[in-house]
Design a protein around this ligand. Structure first.
Ligand code: WQD
Length: 334
């Protein structure tokens, strides 16, 4: 599908924007739909600085079906990459209806507009949270999902996966690839793109970045008495550029029905190890204080990424040290 026309929802966001860059550099014609709730319009200029191309942009909220439909009138897309969605776990517990309306309602509107315009290829940004608590650290795609999910955000991702499976059953022309992310970190090597959420961040690395930038006095480490090698939680951190490249490979290999892949490194890193990695790269101590555990946090979550390697030939090439280097470079530039 080289040089195909791709609509990227959430394309000014953290993972979406890095994926837009990889798509353009691979020769695709990209258009972006985003409501700018958790991103900034200036990202378009940064994409242009990196690639020389400023993608066509639609400031559209997926909750507004008529506006979504209009996006499909001017361009016959070959595929859609769907990143747009609310993703703050704690916020989803406080505002479940906002998450269900936005993430699920928005996805249904997108799918309806795609069907109406004969666009039947979709790559969906899902999450390891759909696995819930499997009682084991290493997660693979054969495991049952949907049980023990601790928050509405994770449930929206699970429910959307089920909706996509139903759509594929109802319409054999659909080709769907569900990509389950583990913990995206890092930034584009140019220093122009990175994780820059609006409002207060929830995830570890954006908080670390705010501490390093002096915007937050210290990192609160949520618990150091977990059954892990150093007591802090272990996660599978994946460089956002590796993640973006995974989307490209998924697009190039998309085929009928629904395919599901974990996108992770297969390597676990603890919170304390992340702090040490950041300090090593920055050459400065990162102030932190250990506090009580965060509800819903599991001790260890690591991808088994072997299926993506076996079927797509994809695996991560960058590591946490690369991610810390690129994060610091992004910090310096923004
Ligand atoms: C990582 C570790 C925390 C912040 C998220 C969400 C969702 C998903 C990515 C896409 C945990 C610890 C964190 C802090 C800390 N996105 N931590 N102090 O919890 O694995 O889940 O994964 O789907 O955003 O599901 O990621 O970055 O929030 O936390 O100690 O200020 O860092 O306890 O162990 P998590 P995270």
């Amino acid at each position: 599908m080289k040089n195909g026309k791709i609509l990227v929802t959430g394309g000014t966001g953290y993972i979406g924007s890095h994926t837009v860059v990889e798509l353009i550099e691979a020769g695709y014609e990209v258009e972006i739909l985003d409501n700018l709730y958790n991103s900034k319009i200036e990202v378009l200029d940064k994409i242009e600085k990196i690639t020389g191309v400023k993608p066509k942009f639609y400031k559209v909220d997926l909750k507004n079906y008529d506006d979504v439909l209009k996006v499909f009138t001017d361009t016959k897309y070959d595929a859609v990459m769907h990143f747009a969605g609310l993703k703050a776990v704690a916020e989803s517990v406080e505002k479940p209806l906002e998450y269900y309306e936005n993430n699920i309602g928005g996805t249904v509107n997108l799918l309806k507009a795609m069907v109406k315009n004969g666009v039947k290829r979709l790559i969906f940004s899902s999450s390891a949270t759909v696995y819930g608590d499997q009682g084991v650290a290493k997660l693979d795609e054969s495991m049952e999902t949907g049980k023990g999910i601790t928050n509405p955000y994770g449930r929206t991702k699970y429910m959307i996966e089920e909706i996509l499976k139903d759509v594929a059953v109802s319409d054999k022309e659909f080709e769907i690839c569900i990509l389950r992310y583990f913990n995206p970190i890092g930034a584009h090597a140019s220093g122009l793109l990175g994780e820059d959420p609006n409002g207060d961040p929830n995830n570890l690395m954006p908080v670390v970045m705010r501490v390093a930038a002096g915007r937050i006095p210290k990192l609160l480490v949520y618990g150091d008495d977990y059954p892990t090698r150093d007591g802090s939680c272990v996660r599978d951190y994946i460089h956002v550029v590796d993640l973006a490249k995974g989307h490209l490979v998924a697009l190039e290999n998309i085929s009928g029905g629904v395919k599901i892949y974990n996108l992770g490194s297969g390597v676990g890193t603890s919170v304390f190890e992340m702090i040490k990695a950041f300090e090593k790269e920055s050459g400065e101590k990162l102030p932190f204080e250990v506090v009580g555990g965060r509800s819903g946090d599991l001790a260890e979550l690591i991808a088994d990424p072997s299926l993506a390697y076996k079927e797509l030939g994809w695996k991560t090439e960058l590591n946490t040290a690369d991610a810390m280097r690129d994060t610091l470079n992004y910090l310096k530039n923004n």
